[in-house]
Write a protein that binds this ligand. Structure first.
Ligand code: NAG
Ligand code: NAG
Ligand code: NAG
Ligand code: NAG
Ligand code: NAG
Ligand code: NAG
Ligand code: NAG
Length: 443
């Protein structure tokens, strides 16, 4: 009888928390590989784990062959509804050694985790274990491990799948539009709205946040809630995925958007419009990628874009250098370019979506890359040639995403974008992760 009011109180507290609190994770850039990694806590007891951030992947994966010690992992039986909703193509039937083994069990649902950089895949089994992330109210980190998903589903992988990933990375965090991506599992497990928002930081020391299960607010150490000033464009479904192991008739879990025009200084780049639509085989169109360091353009678009940019920059008295720095095609002497609060003063680039007034503005901080070494001191146009047969015509890459807030609204299937938040006097690195000390200064 004494327990009853206590229980009611506990339940109402849980209710209140789940409706005001979202989850959060820090994303750090590895400047050697240009990869973005997310930190999560996994297993029991919880262990900090670095995972490659991949916006387009269907499910997360983790090396299970090194250091997998946990008291809470469990396998997924082949003949289970969970295994069938995973669209698993195989069932593992290993003879288990004595005692539970994460990477080896009889009758266990099998998956093909993939490394997006090497495009290698392995056959391993699905696993369930605990995942914990910080909680947030949108302006600061409330707790480091307060958001617990007790039965997070991912795939094991062999250690060899880690080849090409940054030092210390133990797997991959999938943020794709599938039912088993990290944000969708977080929202399902904690009854949070199916939204996540990403703000990549290019800083060498300070991370940027990803907010999971929150449609806002998003504060970056300023009075401005960035969720209030987003512009929206529909997310487009690509009917054919391009995974290494092809899942028959499975649509892509990557995020495609309807780019219709690229402008430089307000002038349109001449582009064959059919390259910008996704055809029935999944070719063409525009996607967003966190595993491509720079935006990749199909060759004819790349050439037309470079030509117009060079012409418009000439109008600002900027003359290209004789030599360029790989992998870029257009560079300017560092001393020739003045800087502004949105980066080097160069022609602005607009990515125009469904109508003329829906455009993503790219200023110098996102269009140009500074290269300072013994043999060069230049600013280069940070777009690269994807070749004449590129599967996707425009792949918006990491450098163009930094210090922009992107909100993925999986309920209404739309993307909200802020354009450069430097315009608002803040940066992605300004999010207040620390609950007490550590000052963060607007750069
Ligand atoms: C495994 O864990 C030990 C102790 O935590 C650590 O010293 C070692 O580097 C880890 N090995 C790998 C491959 O992660
Ligand atoms: C599991 O297998 C049994 C026998 O093969 C079958 O009757 C049952 O429907 C299966 N269960 C599921 C969840 O697929
Ligand atoms: C493996 O699982 C299958 C199907 O459940 C069962 O028939 C078989 O006996 C199991 N083998 C071992 C070694 O446990
Ligand atoms: C994802 O889950 C929803 C709701 O459970 C279901 O209707 C849909 O078919 C699932 N999608 C895939 C690709 O399995
Ligand atoms: C435009 O691109 C499509 C698809 O690549 C091609 O079939 C067509 O010939 C191109 N049109 C022009 C005018 O180049
Ligand atoms: C470019 O340089 C010329 C000659 O030095 C000068 O007359 C002109 O005003 C400059 N234009 C701009 C946009 O700076
Ligand atoms: C970060 O948030 C904490 C409260 O959670 C606050 O004490 C601290 O002053 C904040 N830091 C900055 C730089 O605003």
């Amino acid at each position: 009888m004494f327990l009853l009011p206590f229980l009611v109180l506990t339940f109402s507290l849980v209710f209140v928390l789940s409706h005001q609190t979202a989850l959060l994770a820090p994303i750090t850039k590895d400047h050697t590989t240009h990869q973005y990694t997310i930190q999560a806590h996994l297993k029991t007891p919880l262990q900090p784990t670095k995972l490659l951030l991949h916006l387009g992947a269907s499910f997360s994966w983790l090396d299970c062959y090194q250091n997998y010690t946990s008291s809470t992992f469990s396998h997924v039986p082949c003949n289970s509804s969970l295994c069938s909703s995973l669209h698993s193509l195989a069932c593992s039937n290993y003879y288990s050694p004595p005692g539970p083994d994460p990477a080896c069990a009889n009758d266990t649902c099998a998956l093909f985790p993939e490394n997006p950089l090497t495009r290698k895949a392995t056959l391993t089994n699905a696993l369930l274990d605990s995942l914990a992330l910080p909680t947030t109210d949108g302006s600061t980190q409330l707790s480091q491990l307060g958001g617990l998903v007790p039965d997070f589903l991912f795939s094991c992988s062999q250690t060899s799948l880690l080849q090409g990933l940054a030092k210390g990375v133990a797997g991959l965090a999938a943020l794709g539009r599938s039912n088993f991506s990290l944000p969708v599992q977080v929202s399902r497990s904690l009854s949070l709205p199916r939204y996540f928002a990403l703000c990549l930081s290019g800083s060498r020391s300070l991370p940027g946040p990803v907010f999971l299960g929150s449609s806002g607010p998003y504060f970056f150490n300023s009075k401005i809630d960035l969720s209030k000033s987003l512009i929206y464009t529909p997310l487009i479904l690509n009917p054919v995925g391009s995974t290494v192991i092809t899942y028959y008739l499975q649509p892509s879990d990557e995020y495609f958007i309807g780019l219709t025009l690229i402008k430089v200084n307000g002038k349109a780049v001449p582009i064959n419009a059919s390259l910008l639509t996704v055809d029935e085989n999944g070719f063409g169109g525009t996607k967003i990628s966190t595993v491509d360091p720079y935006t990749v353009l199909e060759t004819s678009i790349y050439k037309a874009f470079n030509d117009l940019f060079v012409k418009e920059a000439l109008g600002l008295n900027l003359t290209v250098t004789a030599n360029t720095v790989e992998p870029f095609g257009v560079c300017y002497a560092g001393k020739d370019i003045m800087s502004t609060r949105v980066g080097p003063a160069v022609p602005t680039v607009d990515l125009v979506m469904q109508s003329d007034d829906v455009f993503w503005r790219v200023f110098g901080s996102n269009s140009m890359v500074r290269i300072e070494r013994s043999d060069a001191d230049v600013w280069c146009l940070g777009f690269v040639d994807g070749g004449p047969h590129a599967r996707t015509s425009v792949v918006i890459g990491g450098h163009q995403l930094e210090d922009n807030l992107l909100q993925f609204d999986l309920e209404s299937k739309r993307l909200g974008f802020s354009s450069s938040i430097l315009v608002k006097g803040t940066t992605c690195a300004n999010f207040n992760f620390t609950s007490t000390s550590s000052k963060r200064i607007v750069k």
